[in-house]
Design a protein around this ligand. Structure first.
Ligand SMILES: [Zn+2]
Ligand SMILES: [Zn+2]
Length: 327
């Protein structure tokens, strides 16, 4: 960022009790030449050769150089957007789809997520890490080079806060993990399972909000990427690869989706939290997209036009079909 760029700031929404990131410098992002990609070797922006690579976001909403998170004011509270925004390059191959990444490449991506998680968890300004991927023009991504992102936030975002509150209350009242219970229920029912291996299970949750929404949940109870064993890293890579292939084979074109790696907050003890990966696809049929309109965006209530049991059966039988045990 140049000195003349306005910094982002956080403004408190007292009605919804959440921070809004005001990042006007993102409006001034230049239109890149069509035949030039900053993520490709030769651009001068990345190493000449790489497997996977962290690229600092050129127009970060959150930056460690921003003023600290220290809310001031009464009704109109404002504070600095201190944090970090990384771009995670999955491969140096511009045209490779995430569904085409070999398993061992996913393992390298997981390795990079894990390394960056450990670094940022140790930063005193970071409270939560959102590891995610937006894919597809329908999602608003025009850069085809395979990549995801990491946002390091100085606060716990509201949806994560709700999830943490639900899980911690369940843990306190029942002395058991809510995610472990959901996973056991899904495995026992079986109708919404899609693929599985020794360490992870992929299923369409009973309570899906998005068409073909999927969760990859670890069989073992642990809270974050740094807790993954070598075997679990391998198994997660394998299931990510299978799930991405299934999504792209479902309608015969790359599925526009959001992927979020859910882990415990950076600070404090959260024994009730359970590592999982969420997929939120927005294609509800070969020709129709799911739009988040008034009822979803303005009221927070989702209408799902698909039935999880039916979609799961279709995805279960979509190539590649998992040869390993589902239960
Ligand atoms: Zn590229
Ligand atoms: Zn658990």
């Amino acid at each position: 960022m140049t000195d003349s760029s306005p910094l982002s700031e956080l403004r408190w929404h007292p009605l919804l009790r959440q921070w809004v990131v005001v990042a006007t410098q993102r409006q001034h992002r230049p239109q890149l030449p069509e035949d030039w990609c900053p993520f490709c070797p030769g651009s001068g922006q990345v190493p000449e050769q790489y497997d996977v690579h962290i690229y600092p976001n050129d127009f970060p909403a959150f930056s460690l150089n921003n003023p600290p998170f220290s809310p001031e004011g009464d009704l109109f509270q404002v504070t600095g957007a201190r944090g970090a925004c990384d771009v995670i390059l999955y491969s140096s191959d511009h045209n490779l789809l995430p569904s085409e990444l070999p398993e061992d490449q996913w393992k390298k991506v997981i390795g990079l997520w894990t390394r960056r998680t450990s670094e940022l968890f140790g930063n005193p300004d970071v409270e939560y890490l959102v590891v995610f991927e937006n894919t597809g023009v329908a999602i608003g991504v025009t850069m085809p080079h395979p990549h995801g992102q990491i946002y390091a936030l100085p606060f716990i975002p509201p949806q994560v806060k709700t999830e943490l509150d639900s899980a911690s209350e369940h843990f306190r009242v029942h002395q058991e993990c809510l995610y472990c219970k959901i996973l056991a229920g899904e495995v026992e029912d079986g109708r919404r399972l899609v693929a599985a291996n020794d360490s992870f299970v992929a299923f369409l949750p009973f309570f899906c909000r998005f068409p073909s929404e999927m969760q990859i949940c670890s069989r073992r109870h642990f809270g974050g990427l740094p807790d993954l064993s070598e075997k679990e890293k391998h198994d997660l890579a394998s299931l990510l690869s299978i799930v991405r292939k299934k999504y792209d084979n479902l309608y015969g074109f790359p599925m526009p989706l959001m992927m979020l790696v859910r882990q415990r907050p950076a600070k404090g003890e959260h024994p009730y939290f359970h590592f999982h990966v969420d997929f939120l696809p927005i294609q509800r049929s070969p020709k129709k997209l799911k739009y988040l309109a008034s009822i979803e965006t303005g009221a927070g209530t989702f209408l799902n036009d698909t039935l999880a049991e039916e979609q799961a059966a279709i995805l279960r039988n979509t190539e590649p079909v998992s040869s390993e045990r589902l239960r």
